[in-house]
Design a protein around this ligand. Structure first.
Ligand SMILES: Nc1ncnc2c1ncn2[C@@H]1O[C@H](COP(=O)(O)OP(=O)(O)OP(=O)(O)O)[C@@H](O)[C@H]1O
Length: 245
């Protein structure tokens, strides 16, 4: 079964079309990069896919649930992580796990077992009782990702998950994404880093609300006669009429 299927998904704010008839499918366990210049409509599209915003028109299912009629089921079957919203800084790692596990409807026993597993996998024995605010950004992001996939969602939405960390920490973070994908979790990722776009199975590039390109990184390089994805991205983004807000 496909993890995400959308057809002609559109969102208007008044007379302004933020997302304009976008269509694609994402497979279970696929790592899908969702790229676009500032203001292209990525956040708006992602909010519709997460069941947070009702589309104006079009169709879609996420994790097998309808994005109009089954928004609560969509929310229960996905994970979400962004650089801006992730962990509570004034709680410890363990307290964050308890809180989010509870929100995701996991039992106390499950939270304890899974929590211990995560602490062990990420070698965080010494940090587990430290307040999140005292941790380095790279560790915070790893913990955020572990928490966002704590309840084994079908899909995890990652909104610029690695902003602000160095390339080595980003590489380690991507290993976590690959491991999750191996366990069958689909990763839907927005990023501004083109090296990260190369790590995706397929990427789409959005310009002014529309998807202008969608394929594997190597096919896109071929299609645009480009040496790298940066060139592909800028060829398309240059056409954009929208800019920063
Ligand atoms: N609630 C809203 N009301 C009116 N316009 C909106 C609203 N939300 C977003 N927009 C507009 O829709 C367009 C797409 O915004 P969106 O945040 O989805 O883009 P984005 O690709 O995520 O950009 P960025 O990378 O800068 O976050 C922008 O022009 C934005 O101003």
């Amino acid at each position: 079964m496909e993890a995400i299927i959308i057809k002609d998904l559109t969102k208007k704010f008044g007379s302004f079309t933020a997302v304009d008839h976008i269509s694609f499918e994402v497979g279970q366990g696929e790592i899908f990069g969702f790229l676009g210049a500032n203001g292209a409509g990525k956040t708006t599209a992602m909010r519709m896919l997460c069941g947070l915003l009702e589309p104006t028109s079009g169709q879609g299912t996420v994790a097998g649930y309808d994005i109009y009629k089954q928004r609560d089921l969509v929310k229960q079957n996905i994970g979400y992580m962004s650089q801006k919203f992730s962990l509570y800084e004034d709680l410890t790692i363990k307290e964050n796990m308890r809180l989010f596990g509870g929100i995701y409807g996991m039992s106390d026993k499950e939270i304890k077992m899974k929590g211990e597993q995560v602490i062990q996998d990420l070698s965080l024995q010494n940090e587990q009782n430290a307040l999140v605010e005292s941790l380095p950004l790279g560790i915070k992001q790893k913990v955020s990702f572990a928490v966002s996939t704590f309840h084994t969602p079908k899909i995890v939405f990652l909104d610029e998950p690695t902003g602000g960390v160095d390339p080595i920490a980003r590489r380690i973070f991507w290993e976590m994404i690959y491991e999750a994908a191996d366990r069958g979790i689909t990763a839907f990722v927005t990023t501004h880093y083109m090296d990260e776009a190369e790590y995706c199975n397929r990427i789409s590039i959005m310009v002014d609300g529309k998807i202008e390109a969608l394929d594997t990184p190597s096919n896109l390089r071929k299609q645009f006669g480009a040496d790298n994805l940066e060139e592909v991205f800028y060829t398309l983004a240059r056409k954009a009429k929208r800019g920063d807000d």
